[in-house]
Design a protein. Structure first.
Length: 551
């Protein structure tokens, strides 16, 4: 009996140890999952521009990350975005808290967010020269002022240490990256920006954490490559070069906030130069169309809470003054005509039924009347029986920013597109891509600038998956969905025009996209389209480009 008792005691000890080990393992798994979940949520909030939420979720797991460099890099970006947002809102005291935290992760951020504001506004560093569409000799475009190396002339003993203290500094890749970075910094000091950009890229490929402190200088190299190309008068810019140059600018803007304003100017210059030749040719053959005239009939039906402004194709229910209602009428009628002509070649007959437009004074009244969340700026609603449209509606929240200049044209385009592709609904990727391209160019560029970040997160869709998507994706992919849809529609439309794109879409919905790709574009299938679109959206020239990875 004594021996049996001893065995039971030993079993109890072993069981206790096993249970403790299992609990410890379970805790480690739970901790790892919590960190990875917070990391993914933080990235998603950053993409959406909600930096406050990103900081909150990332800081909630900070004690568990054990020096995870990837986690710290995302937290750094969240701090930077939140500081900028708070400062723009005038909350300097709150911003100062996060500035201090940001400086722990990125000491160089002191240059971006100095502790005190200058007493007088500083003159902007960049004054790009005005650029005409195609002057005989273009005035050189001014590049932004190069950032100053605060460490003096670079030597081996003065190389900036990698910002990640947990990196394996004796590893082969880190050693190679430091050597490339040293040479890049020397070339930067001697103003050889294209060559420096190529070496920053090589260092980043070997060990990205080593290049963190040099990202501002690398971004400047990218901008300099674009400015240099625009200022060359000896070689016209080829068609395939334009998206390459635009992508360079977007990457640079994403790398440092100091280049955001200049980048917007440079993108506008690229757009003007890119479209100038075609626009001049069109003007030479066809006189400009006169401004659209819209006849508006005003009334207030008896017993109605709405005033009514009626045009040929729209009925606008509102409580605005007459001039404002006529402004809305002109926007919707002009957008209808322009989008019909752009995508389908001609302005179709009068709509029957007309489209009813409801203008709500604020988010609360919009939400109560429509059942849509109050944060939404507006929406379109189209009902049909087979191929026949039986109802068209637009609902606008007038309290939303840019509702007339951006949201109203966007939603009107949805109504224009509805019912134009036979008995089936237009796929969401095409519907949203075409609608976003109705918006002002700066709004389109915001989507396109997000493409590199979505690609780095591996949240982009394979092209086949995007084309065959039946509805909107999961909310966590919505940003990538919009950016990729806009880019793909713009790419296909640029090949042979918007009307050919609509014909391709019609055939693709009936008989499959791959036969339609071959018929209209000579593209042999999904993989061929994947390769070509990726080159259009992400390809970069030598001298500061970011290497393209497989999808």
């Amino acid at each position: 009996m004594a021996r049996a008792g001893l065995s039971l005691a030993r079993f109890a000890v072993v069981a206790t140890l096993f249970t403790s080990t299992a609990v410890a393992a379970d805790d480690r798994i739970a901790s790892t999952l919590a960190v990875q979940t917070a990391l993914q949520q933080g990235r998603t909030h950053i993409v959406k521009g909600d930096f406050q939420a990103a900081v909150h979720v990332l800081e909630s797991q900070i004690t568990r990350i054990d020096g995870n460099s990837q986690y710290l890099a995302v937290l750094r970006d969240a701090y930077r975005g939140l500081v900028k947002t708070l400062k723009l809102a005038g909350h300097d005291d709150e911003a100062a808290v996060y500035v201090r935290r940001l400086q722990i992760l990125d000491p160089g951020s002191t240059l971006d967010f100095p502790p005190t504001k200058p007493s007088t506004p500083a003159k902007p560093e960049v004054q790009p020269a005005a650029v005409t569409a195609a002057p005989p000799r273009k005035a050189p475009l001014a590049a932004p002022k190069a950032p100053i190396l605060a460490r003096g002339v670079m030597g081996k003993e003065q190389l900036p240490p990698p910002p990640d203290p947990f990196a394996e500094s004796n590893s082969r890749k880190v050693h190679e990256a430091r050597a490339e970075l040293e040479q890049a910094e020397k070339l930067f000091q001697s103003q050889q920006y294209a060559e420096a950009g190529a070496l920053y890229l090589k260092a980043n490929d070997a060990a990205p954490e080593v290049v963190v402190e040099a990202r501002e200088r690398w971004a400047y190299c990218k901008i300099h490559v674009v400015v240099d190309r625009l200022n060359r008068n000896d070689k016209p810019i080829e068609k395939e070069e334009w998206p390459v140059l635009e992508t360079q600018v977007r990457y640079a803007m994403a790398m440092t906030p100091k280049l955001e304003k200049y980048g917007e100017t440079l993108l506008a210059t690229l757009h003007d130069r890119r479209t100038g030749t075609a626009e001049r040719a069109a003007r030479a053959e066809t006189p400009p169309a006169p401004e659209t005239l819209v006849a508006v009939k005003h009334s207030r039906p008896a017993g109605s809470a709405w005033a009514l402004a009626e045009t040929t194709n729209f009925r606008i229910f509102h409580n605005l003054d007459g001039a404002k209602a006529e402004e809305v009428a002109k926007i919707v009628e002009t957008t209808r005509a322009a989008m019909q002509k752009k995508w389908f070649g001609k302005v179709e007959e009068t709509w029957e039924p007309r489209c009813d437009v409801y203008l709500y004074p604020n988010a609360d009244s919009y939400s109560r009347a429509t059942g849509i969340r109050s944060s939404a700026p507006g929406h379109a609603r189209v009902s049909r029986s087979g191929e026949r449209i039986v109802e068209r509606q637009l609902h606008m929240n007038l309290e939303a920013p840019n509702v007339l200049t951006t949201v109203l044209p966007h939603e009107t385009t949805h109504v224009v597109i509805a019912g134009r592709f036979g008995p089936v609904d237009v796929p969401r990727w095409a519907d949203e891509g075409m609608a976003v391209l109705t918006e002002p160019r700066e709004q389109v560029e915001k989507h396109l600038r997000n493409l590199p970040a979505h690609r780095d997160e591996r949240s982009l869709f394979p092209v086949q998956g995007l084309l065959e998507l039946n509805d909107y994706p999961h909310p966590r992919q919505i940003g990538a969905f919009y950016a990729q849809s806009v880019s793909l529609v713009e790419y296909l439309s640029s090949l042979k025009g918007p009307q050919t794109f609509s014909q391709f879409l019609t055939d693709g919905l009936r008989g499959g996209y791959e036969p339609a790709l071959r018929k209209y574009y000579g593209i042999q299938g999904y993989q061929d389209l994947q390769t070509r679109w990726t080159g259009y959206a992400f390809k970069e020239s030598a001298g500061g480009g970011i290497a393209q990875s497989g999808e």
